[in-house]
Write a protein that binds this ligand. Sequence first.
Ligand SMILES: Cc1cc2nc3c(=O)[nH]c(=O)nc-3n(C[C@H](O)[C@H](O)[C@H](O)COP(=O)(O)OP(=O)(O)OC[C@H]3O[C@@H](n4cnc5c(N)ncnc54)[C@H](O)[C@@H]3O)c2cc1C
Length: 495
Amino acid sequence: MNALTEAAFSPARQREVVDALRAVLPAGSVLFDAEDTRPYECDGLAAFRQLPMVVALPASEDQVVAALKVCRDLKVPIVPRGAGTGLSGGAMPIAEGVVLSTAKLSRILKMDPYSRTAIVQPGVRNLAISEAANVHKLYYAPDPSSQIACTIGGNVAENSGGVHCLKYGLTVHNVLKIRMVTIEGEVVELGGEALDAPGLDLLAAFIGSEGMLGVVTEVTVRLIPKPQQARVIMASFDDVVKGGNAVANIIAAGIIPAGLEMMDKTSSRMVEPFVHAGYDTDAEAILLCESDGLPDEVDEEIERMTEVFRASGATAIAVSTNEAERLKFWSGRKNAFPAAGRISPDYYCMDGTIPRKNLARVLLAIAEMEKKYGLRCANVFHAGDGNLHPLILFDANTPGEFHRAEQFGAEILEFCVEMGGTITGEHGVGMEKINSMCVQFSRAELDAFLALKSAFDPLSLLNPDKAIPTLRRCAEYGRMHVRAGKLPFADLPRF
Ligand SMILES: Cc1cc2nc3c(=O)[nH]c(=O)nc-3n(C[C@H](O)[C@H](O)[C@H](O)COP(=O)(O)OP(=O)(O)OC[C@H]3O[C@@H](n4cnc5c(N)ncnc54)[C@H](O)[C@@H]3O)c2cc1C
Protein backbone atom coordinates (compact mmCIF):
# COMPACT_ATOMS: atom_id res chain seq x y z
CA MET A 1 0.00 0.00 0.00
CA ASN A 2 1.46 3.35 -0.96
CA ALA A 3 2.17 5.56 2.02
CA LEU A 4 0.47 8.92 1.89
CA THR A 5 2.97 11.76 1.64
CA GLU A 6 1.50 14.63 3.60
CA ALA A 7 3.70 17.55 2.57
CA ALA A 8 6.20 16.85 -0.18
CA PHE A 9 6.43 20.57 -1.08
CA SER A 10 7.73 23.61 0.71
CA PRO A 11 5.17 25.96 2.30
CA ALA A 12 6.76 28.86 0.36
CA ARG A 13 6.19 27.08 -2.96
CA GLN A 14 2.61 26.27 -2.00
CA ARG A 15 1.98 29.92 -1.08
CA GLU A 16 3.47 31.07 -4.40
CA VAL A 17 1.19 28.77 -6.43
CA VAL A 18 -1.91 29.51 -4.31
CA ASP A 19 -1.41 33.29 -4.62
CA ALA A 20 -0.92 33.10 -8.38
CA LEU A 21 -4.02 30.93 -8.88
CA ARG A 22 -6.12 33.08 -6.55
CA ALA A 23 -5.24 36.08 -8.70
CA VAL A 24 -6.99 34.49 -11.71
CA LEU A 25 -9.72 32.30 -10.16
CA PRO A 26 -12.76 33.33 -8.07
CA ALA A 27 -12.69 33.11 -4.29
CA GLY A 28 -13.17 29.57 -3.02
CA SER A 29 -11.80 28.01 -6.20
CA VAL A 30 -8.32 27.27 -4.84
CA LEU A 31 -8.01 24.61 -2.13
CA PHE A 32 -4.80 23.93 -0.21
CA ASP A 33 -5.63 22.90 3.38
CA ALA A 34 -5.12 19.17 3.81
CA GLU A 35 -8.72 18.71 4.98
CA ASP A 36 -9.96 20.33 1.74
CA THR A 37 -7.57 18.53 -0.61
CA ARG A 38 -8.04 15.08 1.04
CA PRO A 39 -11.01 14.09 -1.20
CA TYR A 40 -8.68 14.41 -4.20
CA GLU A 41 -5.90 12.16 -2.86
CA CYS A 42 -6.80 9.20 -5.09
CA ASP A 43 -9.11 8.01 -7.84
CA GLY A 44 -10.86 4.63 -8.08
CA LEU A 45 -7.47 2.93 -7.66
CA ALA A 46 -7.57 3.78 -3.97
CA ALA A 47 -4.54 1.68 -3.05
CA PHE A 48 -2.39 4.57 -4.30
CA ARG A 49 -2.79 7.95 -2.65
CA GLN A 50 -1.07 11.28 -2.69
CA LEU A 51 -2.25 14.56 -1.22
CA PRO A 52 -1.90 17.31 -3.87
CA MET A 53 -0.23 20.63 -3.08
CA VAL A 54 -3.20 22.60 -4.48
CA VAL A 55 -6.61 21.90 -6.06
CA ALA A 56 -7.99 24.39 -8.61
CA LEU A 57 -11.69 24.47 -9.49
CA PRO A 58 -12.16 26.64 -12.60
CA ALA A 59 -15.78 27.36 -13.59
CA SER A 60 -15.26 28.46 -17.22
CA GLU A 61 -12.97 27.82 -20.16
CA ASP A 62 -11.34 31.24 -19.60
CA GLN A 63 -10.51 30.20 -16.06
CA VAL A 64 -9.00 26.92 -17.30
CA VAL A 65 -6.83 28.97 -19.68
CA ALA A 66 -5.75 31.28 -16.84
CA ALA A 67 -4.99 28.40 -14.45
CA LEU A 68 -2.92 26.56 -17.07
CA LYS A 69 -0.92 29.70 -17.87
CA VAL A 70 -0.13 30.12 -14.16
CA CYS A 71 1.02 26.50 -13.91
CA ARG A 72 3.13 26.78 -17.05
CA ASP A 73 4.79 30.02 -15.87
CA LEU A 74 5.54 28.54 -12.44
CA LYS A 75 6.41 25.11 -13.96
CA VAL A 76 3.95 23.29 -11.73
CA PRO A 77 2.71 19.86 -12.86
CA ILE A 78 -1.06 19.60 -13.41
CA VAL A 79 -3.32 16.59 -13.08
CA PRO A 80 -6.74 17.08 -14.73
CA ARG A 81 -9.57 15.39 -12.84
CA GLY A 82 -13.19 14.57 -13.64
CA ALA A 83 -15.14 12.49 -11.11
CA GLY A 84 -12.11 10.49 -9.98
CA THR A 85 -13.67 7.11 -10.86
CA GLY A 86 -10.68 6.08 -13.01
CA LEU A 87 -9.26 2.68 -12.13
CA SER A 88 -5.66 3.12 -13.30
CA GLY A 89 -4.52 6.04 -11.12
CA GLY A 90 -4.72 8.53 -14.01
CA ALA A 91 -6.10 11.29 -11.78
CA MET A 92 -3.80 10.49 -8.86
CA PRO A 93 -2.20 13.76 -7.74
CA ILE A 94 1.45 14.70 -7.88
CA ALA A 95 2.79 15.82 -4.48
CA GLU A 96 4.15 19.15 -5.67
CA GLY A 97 1.44 19.65 -8.28
CA VAL A 98 -2.01 21.09 -8.92
CA VAL A 99 -5.14 18.99 -9.41
CA LEU A 100 -7.38 20.78 -11.91
CA SER A 101 -10.92 19.58 -11.24
CA THR A 102 -13.70 19.99 -13.82
CA ALA A 103 -16.43 19.67 -11.17
CA LYS A 104 -17.72 23.20 -11.85
CA LEU A 105 -17.75 22.74 -15.64
CA SER A 106 -20.95 20.71 -15.53
CA ARG A 107 -23.40 22.36 -17.95
CA ILE A 108 -25.08 20.86 -20.98
CA LEU A 109 -24.60 23.73 -23.44
CA LYS A 110 -26.74 22.55 -26.34
CA MET A 111 -28.99 19.64 -27.17
CA ASP A 112 -29.77 19.44 -30.91
CA PRO A 113 -32.25 16.69 -31.84
CA TYR A 114 -32.03 17.62 -35.55
CA SER A 115 -28.32 16.99 -35.91
CA ARG A 116 -28.57 14.40 -33.10
CA THR A 117 -25.71 15.97 -31.18
CA ALA A 118 -25.15 17.49 -27.76
CA ILE A 119 -22.46 19.97 -26.71
CA VAL A 120 -21.48 19.53 -23.09
CA GLN A 121 -18.87 20.76 -20.65
CA PRO A 122 -16.31 18.17 -19.51
CA GLY A 123 -17.67 17.77 -15.96
CA VAL A 124 -21.10 16.58 -17.18
CA ARG A 125 -21.78 13.03 -16.00
CA ASN A 126 -22.07 10.38 -18.71
CA LEU A 127 -25.58 9.34 -17.68
CA ALA A 128 -26.77 12.95 -17.45
CA ILE A 129 -26.34 13.28 -21.24
CA SER A 130 -28.71 10.37 -21.94
CA GLU A 131 -31.13 11.61 -19.28
CA ALA A 132 -31.27 15.02 -20.95
CA ALA A 133 -31.57 13.50 -24.46
CA ASN A 134 -34.37 11.17 -23.37
CA VAL A 135 -37.02 13.81 -24.07
CA HIS A 136 -36.06 13.56 -27.76
CA LYS A 137 -35.97 9.72 -27.59
CA LEU A 138 -32.19 9.88 -28.10
CA TYR A 139 -29.25 8.71 -25.96
CA TYR A 140 -25.46 8.67 -25.75
CA ALA A 141 -24.38 5.07 -26.41
CA PRO A 142 -21.05 4.49 -24.56
CA ASP A 143 -22.13 3.37 -21.11
CA PRO A 144 -19.35 2.63 -18.62
CA SER A 145 -20.69 0.83 -15.52
CA SER A 146 -19.63 3.96 -13.63
CA GLN A 147 -21.86 6.15 -15.85
CA ILE A 148 -23.89 7.46 -12.94
CA ALA A 149 -20.75 9.25 -11.68
CA CYS A 150 -18.02 9.46 -14.31
CA THR A 151 -17.68 12.56 -16.51
CA ILE A 152 -17.52 12.92 -20.27
CA GLY A 153 -14.12 14.64 -19.88
CA GLY A 154 -12.80 11.54 -18.10
CA ASN A 155 -14.44 9.32 -20.76
CA VAL A 156 -12.66 11.26 -23.53
CA ALA A 157 -9.33 11.04 -21.70
CA GLU A 158 -9.69 7.27 -21.17
CA ASN A 159 -11.57 6.40 -24.41
CA SER A 160 -14.06 4.67 -22.14
CA GLY A 161 -16.24 1.78 -23.15
CA GLY A 162 -19.24 -0.06 -21.76
CA VAL A 163 -21.74 -2.83 -22.34
CA HIS A 164 -23.16 -1.27 -25.51
CA CYS A 165 -19.82 -0.46 -27.16
CA LEU A 166 -19.63 -3.81 -28.98
CA LYS A 167 -22.40 -2.61 -31.31
CA TYR A 168 -22.20 1.18 -31.02
CA GLY A 169 -18.48 1.83 -30.58
CA LEU A 170 -16.29 3.36 -27.88
CA THR A 171 -16.00 7.02 -26.89
CA VAL A 172 -13.75 7.63 -29.92
CA HIS A 173 -16.60 6.56 -32.23
CA ASN A 174 -19.20 8.75 -30.52
CA VAL A 175 -17.38 12.07 -30.06
CA LEU A 176 -17.41 14.41 -33.03
CA LYS A 177 -15.46 17.36 -31.72
CA ILE A 178 -13.70 18.67 -28.63
CA ARG A 179 -12.40 22.01 -27.45
CA MET A 180 -9.31 21.74 -25.34
CA VAL A 181 -6.77 24.05 -23.75
CA THR A 182 -3.06 23.44 -24.30
CA ILE A 183 -0.41 23.98 -21.66
CA GLU A 184 0.34 27.29 -23.42
CA GLY A 185 -3.23 28.39 -22.66
CA GLU A 186 -4.29 28.17 -26.29
CA VAL A 187 -7.85 26.99 -27.03
CA VAL A 188 -7.88 24.41 -29.82
CA GLU A 189 -10.77 22.62 -31.54
CA LEU A 190 -10.21 19.07 -32.76
CA GLY A 191 -12.63 17.23 -35.04
CA GLY A 192 -15.77 18.81 -36.45
CA GLU A 193 -19.53 18.45 -36.77
CA ALA A 194 -19.24 16.58 -40.08
CA LEU A 195 -18.00 13.02 -40.27
CA ASP A 196 -14.51 14.15 -41.22
CA ALA A 197 -12.45 17.24 -40.48
CA PRO A 198 -9.60 18.74 -42.51
CA GLY A 199 -6.00 17.99 -41.54
CA LEU A 200 -4.51 15.31 -39.34
CA ASP A 201 -6.96 13.27 -37.27
CA LEU A 202 -5.77 14.73 -33.98
CA LEU A 203 -9.13 14.05 -32.35
CA ALA A 204 -8.45 10.31 -32.50
CA ALA A 205 -4.94 10.88 -31.12
CA PHE A 206 -6.32 13.00 -28.27
CA ILE A 207 -9.09 10.59 -27.24
CA GLY A 208 -7.47 8.19 -24.81
CA SER A 209 -4.51 10.48 -24.09
CA GLU A 210 -5.20 10.36 -20.33
CA GLY A 211 -4.89 14.06 -19.54
CA MET A 212 -1.35 14.28 -20.92
CA LEU A 213 -1.94 16.49 -23.98
CA GLY A 214 -4.40 19.17 -22.84
CA VAL A 215 -7.49 19.88 -20.76
CA VAL A 216 -10.84 19.20 -22.45
CA THR A 217 -13.30 22.07 -21.98
CA GLU A 218 -16.14 21.13 -24.34
CA VAL A 219 -17.28 17.91 -26.00
CA THR A 220 -19.68 17.46 -28.94
CA VAL A 221 -21.16 13.97 -28.74
CA ARG A 222 -23.22 11.97 -31.20
CA LEU A 223 -26.69 10.93 -29.98
CA ILE A 224 -28.55 7.95 -31.39
CA PRO A 225 -32.25 7.03 -31.37
CA LYS A 226 -33.35 4.87 -28.47
CA PRO A 227 -34.19 1.41 -29.83
CA GLN A 228 -37.91 0.61 -29.86
CA GLN A 229 -37.20 -2.59 -28.06
CA ALA A 230 -34.37 -4.35 -26.24
CA ARG A 231 -34.34 -7.86 -24.79
CA VAL A 232 -31.58 -9.78 -23.11
CA ILE A 233 -30.81 -13.49 -22.94
CA MET A 234 -29.27 -14.99 -19.84
CA ALA A 235 -27.52 -18.26 -20.73
CA SER A 236 -25.86 -20.62 -18.23
CA PHE A 237 -22.88 -22.89 -18.94
CA ASP A 238 -21.42 -25.66 -16.79
CA ASP A 239 -17.92 -24.90 -18.01
CA VAL A 240 -16.10 -21.59 -18.71
CA VAL A 241 -14.58 -23.05 -21.86
CA LYS A 242 -18.07 -23.63 -23.30
CA GLY A 243 -19.09 -20.11 -22.25
CA GLY A 244 -15.98 -18.60 -23.87
CA ASN A 245 -16.56 -20.58 -27.06
CA ALA A 246 -20.23 -19.49 -27.15
CA VAL A 247 -19.06 -15.86 -27.30
CA ALA A 248 -16.87 -16.62 -30.32
CA ASN A 249 -19.72 -18.64 -31.90
CA ILE A 250 -22.18 -15.71 -31.63
CA ILE A 251 -19.82 -13.40 -33.52
CA ALA A 252 -18.93 -16.15 -36.00
CA ALA A 253 -22.66 -16.50 -36.74
CA GLY A 254 -22.61 -12.91 -38.00
CA ILE A 255 -24.52 -11.50 -34.99
CA ILE A 256 -23.38 -8.25 -33.35
CA PRO A 257 -25.29 -8.13 -30.06
CA ALA A 258 -26.06 -4.82 -28.37
CA GLY A 259 -24.11 -6.24 -25.42
CA LEU A 260 -22.40 -9.56 -24.71
CA GLU A 261 -21.07 -9.93 -21.18
CA MET A 262 -19.78 -12.83 -19.13
CA MET A 263 -19.74 -13.55 -15.41
CA ASP A 264 -18.02 -16.53 -13.82
CA LYS A 265 -19.38 -18.45 -10.84
CA THR A 266 -17.46 -16.39 -8.26
CA SER A 267 -18.99 -13.22 -9.74
CA SER A 268 -22.59 -14.46 -9.91
CA ARG A 269 -22.37 -15.79 -6.34
CA MET A 270 -20.89 -12.45 -5.22
CA VAL A 271 -23.58 -10.39 -6.96
CA GLU A 272 -26.80 -12.43 -6.54
CA PRO A 273 -27.32 -11.78 -2.79
CA PHE A 274 -26.73 -8.06 -3.52
CA VAL A 275 -29.16 -7.52 -6.44
CA HIS A 276 -31.40 -10.65 -6.50
CA ALA A 277 -31.32 -10.71 -10.31
CA GLY A 278 -32.18 -14.42 -10.47
CA TYR A 279 -28.70 -15.53 -11.62
CA ASP A 280 -27.95 -19.23 -11.86
CA THR A 281 -25.34 -19.44 -9.09
CA ASP A 282 -24.48 -23.08 -9.92
CA ALA A 283 -23.40 -22.22 -13.47
CA GLU A 284 -19.65 -21.96 -14.09
CA ALA A 285 -20.35 -19.08 -16.47
CA ILE A 286 -23.33 -16.87 -17.30
CA LEU A 287 -23.60 -14.92 -20.55
CA LEU A 288 -25.83 -11.87 -20.90
CA CYS A 289 -26.55 -11.19 -24.55
CA GLU A 290 -28.73 -8.28 -25.66
CA SER A 291 -30.57 -7.60 -28.90
CA ASP A 292 -32.07 -4.19 -29.69
CA GLY A 293 -33.92 -2.60 -32.61
CA LEU A 294 -37.41 -2.94 -34.05
CA PRO A 295 -39.56 -5.55 -32.24
CA ASP A 296 -39.60 -8.01 -35.18
CA GLU A 297 -35.84 -7.72 -35.67
CA VAL A 298 -35.26 -8.31 -31.96
CA ASP A 299 -37.49 -11.41 -31.88
CA GLU A 300 -35.69 -12.88 -34.86
CA GLU A 301 -32.22 -12.11 -33.47
CA ILE A 302 -33.10 -13.50 -30.04
CA GLU A 303 -34.11 -16.73 -31.75
CA ARG A 304 -30.79 -16.94 -33.63
CA MET A 305 -28.79 -16.16 -30.47
CA THR A 306 -30.71 -18.83 -28.55
CA GLU A 307 -29.91 -21.42 -31.23
CA VAL A 308 -26.18 -20.57 -31.06
CA PHE A 309 -26.19 -20.84 -27.25
CA ARG A 310 -28.00 -24.20 -27.36
CA ALA A 311 -25.52 -25.52 -29.93
CA SER A 312 -22.67 -24.24 -27.72
CA GLY A 313 -23.90 -26.32 -24.76
CA ALA A 314 -25.94 -23.86 -22.66
CA THR A 315 -27.53 -25.62 -19.67
CA ALA A 316 -30.27 -23.01 -19.14
CA ILE A 317 -31.58 -20.05 -21.12
CA ALA A 318 -33.87 -17.27 -19.92
CA VAL A 319 -35.06 -14.32 -22.05
CA SER A 320 -36.31 -11.06 -20.54
CA THR A 321 -40.01 -10.56 -21.23
CA ASN A 322 -40.30 -6.89 -20.26
CA GLU A 323 -38.13 -3.82 -19.59
CA ALA A 324 -38.11 -4.32 -15.80
CA GLU A 325 -36.82 -7.86 -16.23
CA ARG A 326 -34.19 -6.74 -18.74
CA LEU A 327 -32.87 -4.16 -16.26
CA LYS A 328 -32.93 -6.79 -13.49
CA PHE A 329 -30.79 -9.17 -15.58
CA TRP A 330 -28.30 -6.35 -16.19
CA SER A 331 -28.34 -5.04 -12.61
CA GLY A 332 -25.94 -7.69 -11.36
CA ARG A 333 -23.44 -7.06 -14.14
CA LYS A 334 -23.59 -3.29 -13.60
CA ASN A 335 -23.15 -3.68 -9.82
CA ALA A 336 -20.47 -6.34 -9.87
CA PHE A 337 -17.62 -4.10 -8.72
CA PRO A 338 -19.42 -2.70 -5.66
CA ALA A 339 -20.71 -6.21 -4.85
CA ALA A 340 -17.09 -7.39 -4.53
CA GLY A 341 -17.06 -5.53 -1.20
CA ARG A 342 -19.46 -8.17 0.18
CA ILE A 343 -16.95 -10.98 -0.06
CA SER A 344 -13.59 -9.23 0.20
CA PRO A 345 -12.25 -6.17 2.05
CA ASP A 346 -10.43 -4.99 -1.10
CA TYR A 347 -10.38 -5.77 -4.80
CA TYR A 348 -8.04 -4.90 -7.60
CA CYS A 349 -9.77 -4.54 -10.98
CA MET A 350 -7.61 -5.42 -13.97
CA ASP A 351 -8.40 -4.53 -17.56
CA GLY A 352 -6.82 -6.40 -20.46
CA THR A 353 -8.04 -7.27 -23.93
CA ILE A 354 -7.56 -10.47 -25.89
CA PRO A 355 -8.79 -11.86 -29.20
CA ARG A 356 -12.20 -13.43 -28.41
CA LYS A 357 -11.10 -16.88 -29.56
CA ASN A 358 -8.65 -17.00 -26.61
CA LEU A 359 -11.20 -16.19 -23.88
CA ALA A 360 -11.43 -19.70 -22.47
CA ARG A 361 -7.64 -20.14 -22.52
CA VAL A 362 -7.05 -16.94 -20.56
CA LEU A 363 -9.78 -17.75 -18.01
CA LEU A 364 -8.17 -21.15 -17.36
CA ALA A 365 -4.75 -19.50 -17.00
CA ILE A 366 -6.21 -17.02 -14.48
CA ALA A 367 -7.62 -19.96 -12.47
CA GLU A 368 -4.09 -21.40 -12.31
CA MET A 369 -2.72 -18.00 -11.21
CA GLU A 370 -5.27 -17.94 -8.34
CA LYS A 371 -3.50 -21.00 -6.94
CA LYS A 372 -0.04 -19.57 -7.56
CA TYR A 373 -0.75 -16.29 -5.75
CA GLY A 374 -3.15 -17.70 -3.14
CA LEU A 375 -5.80 -15.09 -4.02
CA ARG A 376 -9.33 -15.42 -5.40
CA CYS A 377 -10.33 -13.74 -8.64
CA ALA A 378 -13.83 -12.96 -9.94
CA ASN A 379 -14.23 -12.53 -13.71
CA VAL A 380 -16.96 -10.25 -15.00
CA PHE A 381 -16.35 -8.64 -18.33
CA HIS A 382 -17.18 -7.37 -21.80
CA ALA A 383 -16.86 -10.79 -23.43
CA GLY A 384 -17.97 -9.66 -26.88
CA ASP A 385 -15.06 -7.21 -27.04
CA GLY A 386 -12.63 -9.69 -25.47
CA ASN A 387 -12.16 -7.09 -22.72
CA LEU A 388 -11.41 -8.86 -19.44
CA HIS A 389 -11.97 -7.40 -15.98
CA PRO A 390 -10.50 -9.86 -13.49
CA LEU A 391 -11.29 -8.63 -9.95
CA ILE A 392 -8.48 -9.85 -7.74
CA LEU A 393 -9.76 -10.11 -4.17
CA PHE A 394 -7.36 -9.31 -1.33
CA ASP A 395 -7.10 -7.82 2.14
CA ALA A 396 -4.84 -4.77 2.34
CA ASN A 397 -4.48 -5.32 6.09
CA THR A 398 -2.80 -8.69 5.56
CA PRO A 399 0.90 -7.92 4.99
CA GLY A 400 2.04 -8.74 1.47
CA GLU A 401 -1.44 -9.36 -0.01
CA PHE A 402 -1.59 -6.15 -2.02
CA HIS A 403 1.86 -6.81 -3.42
CA ARG A 404 0.74 -10.33 -4.44
CA ALA A 405 -2.41 -8.85 -6.02
CA GLU A 406 -0.24 -6.44 -8.05
CA GLN A 407 2.00 -9.28 -9.26
CA PHE A 408 -1.06 -11.39 -10.08
CA GLY A 409 -2.49 -8.48 -12.12
CA ALA A 410 0.78 -7.88 -13.97
CA GLU A 411 0.99 -11.57 -14.89
CA ILE A 412 -2.57 -11.50 -16.27
CA LEU A 413 -1.67 -8.52 -18.45
CA GLU A 414 1.51 -10.16 -19.71
CA PHE A 415 -0.50 -13.24 -20.61
CA CYS A 416 -2.98 -11.03 -22.51
CA VAL A 417 -0.06 -9.64 -24.56
CA GLU A 418 1.21 -13.18 -25.16
CA MET A 419 -2.27 -14.12 -26.46
CA GLY A 420 -2.10 -11.28 -29.00
CA GLY A 421 -4.03 -8.80 -26.83
CA THR A 422 -3.32 -5.56 -25.01
CA ILE A 423 -2.71 -4.38 -21.45
CA THR A 424 -5.79 -2.19 -21.38
CA GLY A 425 -9.21 -2.22 -22.99
CA GLU A 426 -10.80 0.85 -21.48
CA HIS A 427 -9.41 1.81 -18.06
CA GLY A 428 -6.22 3.34 -19.40
CA VAL A 429 -2.62 2.95 -18.31
CA GLY A 430 -2.31 5.75 -15.75
CA MET A 431 0.31 4.94 -13.16
CA GLU A 432 -1.04 1.45 -12.61
CA LYS A 433 0.06 -0.21 -15.84
CA ILE A 434 3.06 1.88 -16.69
CA ASN A 435 5.43 -1.07 -16.21
CA SER A 436 3.25 -3.29 -18.39
CA MET A 437 3.73 -0.74 -21.21
CA CYS A 438 7.35 -1.95 -21.34
CA VAL A 439 6.07 -5.44 -22.12
CA GLN A 440 3.59 -4.32 -24.77
CA PHE A 441 5.60 -1.77 -26.74
CA SER A 442 9.06 -1.49 -28.23
CA ARG A 443 11.30 1.44 -27.34
CA ALA A 444 10.70 2.96 -30.78
CA GLU A 445 6.96 2.88 -30.19
CA LEU A 446 7.27 4.39 -26.71
CA ASP A 447 9.52 7.11 -28.16
CA ALA A 448 6.83 7.91 -30.73
CA PHE A 449 4.31 8.34 -27.87
CA LEU A 450 6.76 10.60 -26.02
CA ALA A 451 7.35 12.65 -29.18
CA LEU A 452 3.60 13.24 -29.52
CA LYS A 453 3.37 14.27 -25.87
CA SER A 454 6.30 16.60 -26.23
CA ALA A 455 4.73 18.25 -29.32
CA PHE A 456 1.74 19.24 -27.15
CA ASP A 457 3.51 19.64 -23.81
CA PRO A 458 7.27 20.22 -24.22
CA LEU A 459 7.91 20.80 -20.51
CA SER A 460 5.96 17.66 -19.57
CA LEU A 461 3.74 19.43 -17.06
CA LEU A 462 0.44 17.74 -17.94
CA ASN A 463 -0.02 14.54 -15.96
CA PRO A 464 3.71 13.71 -16.14
CA ASP A 465 5.09 10.25 -15.36
CA LYS A 466 1.84 8.54 -16.24
CA ALA A 467 1.06 6.15 -19.12
CA ILE A 468 4.41 6.34 -21.00
CA PRO A 469 7.41 4.75 -19.26
CA THR A 470 10.95 6.06 -19.60
CA LEU A 471 13.76 3.85 -20.89
CA ARG A 472 15.20 3.65 -17.36
CA ARG A 473 11.87 2.58 -15.92
CA CYS A 474 11.57 -0.27 -18.43
CA ALA A 475 15.14 -1.35 -17.70
CA GLU A 476 14.43 -1.33 -13.96
CA TYR A 477 11.23 -3.30 -14.46
CA GLY A 478 13.42 -5.84 -16.25
CA ARG A 479 10.72 -6.95 -18.67
CA MET A 480 11.41 -5.06 -21.82
CA HIS A 481 9.61 -5.81 -25.04
CA VAL A 482 11.45 -8.62 -26.77
CA ARG A 483 11.20 -8.68 -30.54
CA ALA A 484 12.74 -11.38 -32.75
CA GLY A 485 14.35 -12.85 -29.61
CA LYS A 486 16.46 -9.71 -29.03
CA LEU A 487 16.31 -7.67 -25.83
CA PRO A 488 16.85 -3.97 -26.56
CA PHE A 489 19.48 -2.01 -24.62
CA ALA A 490 20.96 -5.20 -23.19
CA ASP A 491 23.80 -3.12 -21.69
CA LEU A 492 21.49 -1.23 -19.27
CA PRO A 493 21.66 -2.55 -15.67
CA ARG A 494 18.62 -4.59 -14.60
CA PHE A 495 17.44 -4.98 -11.03
C1 LIG B 1 -17.44 0.88 -10.44
C2 LIG B 1 -16.68 1.32 -11.66
C3 LIG B 1 -17.05 0.81 -12.90
C4 LIG B 1 -16.37 1.22 -14.05
N1 LIG B 1 -16.77 0.71 -15.25
C5 LIG B 1 -16.16 1.14 -16.38
C6 LIG B 1 -16.59 0.65 -17.65
O1 LIG B 1 -17.54 -0.13 -17.77
N2 LIG B 1 -15.94 1.11 -18.75
C7 LIG B 1 -14.92 2.00 -18.65
O2 LIG B 1 -14.37 2.38 -19.69
N3 LIG B 1 -14.49 2.47 -17.47
C8 LIG B 1 -15.08 2.06 -16.33
N4 LIG B 1 -14.66 2.54 -15.12
C9 LIG B 1 -13.49 3.46 -15.07
C10 LIG B 1 -13.83 4.95 -15.09
O3 LIG B 1 -15.13 5.20 -14.62
C11 LIG B 1 -13.64 5.57 -16.48
O4 LIG B 1 -12.27 5.51 -16.82
C12 LIG B 1 -14.11 7.02 -16.59
O5 LIG B 1 -13.99 7.46 -17.93
C13 LIG B 1 -13.35 8.00 -15.71
O6 LIG B 1 -14.05 9.23 -15.71
P1 LIG B 1 -13.81 10.28 -14.53
O7 LIG B 1 -14.64 11.47 -14.81
O8 LIG B 1 -14.05 9.65 -13.21
O9 LIG B 1 -12.29 10.62 -14.75
P2 LIG B 1 -11.10 10.69 -13.70
O10 LIG B 1 -10.94 9.40 -12.99
O11 LIG B 1 -11.24 11.90 -12.87
O12 LIG B 1 -9.88 10.90 -14.69
C14 LIG B 1 -9.51 9.89 -15.60
C15 LIG B 1 -8.41 10.40 -16.51
O13 LIG B 1 -8.94 11.43 -17.31
C16 LIG B 1 -8.18 12.64 -17.19
N5 LIG B 1 -9.15 13.73 -17.32
C17 LIG B 1 -10.31 13.90 -16.63
N6 LIG B 1 -10.95 14.98 -17.06
C18 LIG B 1 -10.19 15.53 -18.04
C19 LIG B 1 -10.32 16.68 -18.88
N7 LIG B 1 -11.36 17.51 -18.79
N8 LIG B 1 -9.33 16.94 -19.77
C20 LIG B 1 -8.26 16.12 -19.89
N9 LIG B 1 -8.09 15.03 -19.12
C21 LIG B 1 -9.05 14.73 -18.22
C22 LIG B 1 -7.50 12.51 -15.85
O14 LIG B 1 -6.29 13.24 -15.81
C23 LIG B 1 -7.23 11.02 -15.77
O15 LIG B 1 -6.06 10.70 -16.46
C24 LIG B 1 -15.30 2.13 -13.95
C25 LIG B 1 -14.94 2.65 -12.70
C26 LIG B 1 -15.61 2.25 -11.57
C27 LIG B 1 -15.22 2.82 -10.26
